[in-house]
Design a protein around this ligand. Structure first.
Ligand code: KG4
Ligand code: ZN
Length: 350
């Protein structure tokens, strides 16, 4: 058994999990997991407030680790290593999780594995689908990131595309805010979109048709704002038309990336919070089929932030002998592909 305690605290979810890296099914791999969302704390502000997030992680994480170990019927002595998100993310929250992991590792004399949160998302499809082999083409779509990467192995990423402005999840969240749907926005927009006509509001498809597979959503968001201000469209129609426009962009950009990818990709894979969106999964399913590839998407609960994916990435790293010193630093920015060239027009989110 390779038992890993995983800890996640990079944004607004506090989570802990016990993962069995040798499990051969998803059910066997996730021995126990707990997650506490801070939605209620952040809702009045319409977005995540970093100080509130860090304080909430501090209050919740210690007892949660004890509880998840109890759920697993274990003590800290039983685990082989402790994995925690070390970035990227809100630095206060990341530090709460990482410092907790360091303290536990020191107290129990266990190795520490510092996990890149994005690697957690990137490898989560392998946690969910034990048959998924490297290399695969990954569409990583979350609140902070929107990238297409070749995943050739643990720590082996080549970025083919990124966003030059907003991330896809951010576009969903901003649309939700414009429509007064509250926070978090993605699931609310998806729900409302089911009641609307996706062809009713003319909206732009930024960068569709361009030869490089990069993304842009800022212009789409502005158009959604103008459509709302016009006062002539039902909110459900705006939501449905926004979602359709966004998905058209994603499908077009991913199609370009599939053509640009190295030969031998075993699957098209989607991960990150927005991968929970059923319409997105449907559209990508069709695109993958066009290319004779399976679409692999983790169950929605493993798409949004969780500790199982951090424990799993820790398990993959630990199996390769990768551990980290107890003085490893938290990193607010930590790209998966250090060699990716900056993209023209890209801001801090690249
Ligand atoms: O991966 P995640 O939980 O946190 C980050 O690392 O960012 O992703 C959160 C993002 C949010 O922008 C949220 O609105 C979006 O994922 N999201 C969705 C859906 N569920 C979550 N967007 C569209 N449809 C959904 N069903
Ligand atoms: Zn995430």
């Amino acid at each position: 058994m390779a038992l890993i305690l995983g800890i996640e605290s990079s944004c607004d979810e506090t989570a802990a999990a016990v993962i069995d890296g040798n499990g051969t099914t998803l059910a066997a791999r996730i021995v126990a997991q707990r997650i506490a969302s801070q939605d209620e704390e952040h809702r009045p502000y319409g977005g995540v407030v970093p100080e509130i997030a860090a304080r909430a992680h501090v209050e919740v994480l210690g007892p949660m680790v004890e509880a998840v170990l109890a759920d697993a019927g274990m003590t800290l002595d039983d685990v082989d290593a402790i994995a925690a998100t070390a970035g990227p993310g809100l630095i206060g929250g990341v530090m709460v999780g990482l410092v907790t992991a360091k303290a536990l590792a020191m107290a129990a004399d266990k190795p520490l594995v510092a996990v890149n949160h994005l690697e957690g998302h990137a490898l989560s499809p392998r946690l969910a689908d034990p048959t998924l082999q490297y290399p695969y083409l990954l569409l990583l779509v979350s609140g902070g990131h929107c990238q297409i990467l070749e995943v050739a192995g643990v720590g082996q990423y080549r970025r083919l595309a990124t966003t030059i402005d907003d991330a896809l999840g951010e576009a969903f969240d901003k649309t939700a805010k414009i429509l007064g749907l509250g926070y978090p926005g993605g699931p609310a927009v998806e729900r409302l979109a089911r009641e609307g006509n996706p062809k009713s509001v003319p909206l732009p498809r930024p960068l569709v048709g361009s030869g490089e597979p990069h993304f842009s959503f800022a212009g789409l968001k502005s158009a959604v704002m103008r459509a709302k201000d016009a006062g002539i469209h039902a909110d459900a129609d705006i939501a449905a038309s926004f979602q359709q426009a966004a998905l058209d962009c994603v499908v077009d950009r991913t199609r370009i990336a599939l053509a640009a990818a190295a030969p031998g990709m075993t699957a098209l894979v989607v991960a990150g919070g927005v991968a929970a969106n059923a319409a997105l999964r449907g559209a990508l399913e069709a695109l993958a089929a066009e290319h004779g590839l399976p679409l692999v998407a983790p169950p929605p609960k493993l798409c949004t932030d969780n500790a199982a994916m951090i424990g799993w990435a820790g398990a993959e790293r630990f199996a390769l002998g990768y551990t980290d010193p107890l003085d490893v630093a938290a990193r607010p920015r930590w790209p998966l592909d250090d060699n990716a060239a900056p993209v023209r027009g890209a801001g801090v989110k690249a």
